[in-house]
Design a protein around this ligand. Sequence first.
Ligand code: ZN
Length: 127
Amino acid sequence: MALPMSKINDLLCRWAANDLPVINFTVNNVLKEIGLDYSFYDEVFSFLMRKDGYELIAKKMLLCPKKHPGKTFLLKEEVDEEEIFHCWCDEDYYYDPEQTIVVFCFSESFIKEEQLKKKSRSRCIHI
Ligand SMILES: [Zn+2]
């Protein structure tokens, strides 16, 4: 099966147009939402990465030792390895590249665009 690109794009538009746009989503979230199995992981990952700097902003998210989502940094951003992070579960931890996941957020301009599109769509329905 080929990568359903338009389905992924539709999903991203929908998520960005939410009253509270979806933030820090992962490749797994996209796979699950579209009903794709894990074999699409790499392809979806590179598809999303190509949008980095345009529709999306790719980030790395630190995880606490109990795998709770922690602070996010831009993918290329250097993280101070001496800095101690504190999780709500009371664990303290340092930056460890092995304990990070890649997450995506929408760029401001993409959110604006999609929110405007949604507004003009709902206007059409009311008329
Ligand atoms: Zn934690």
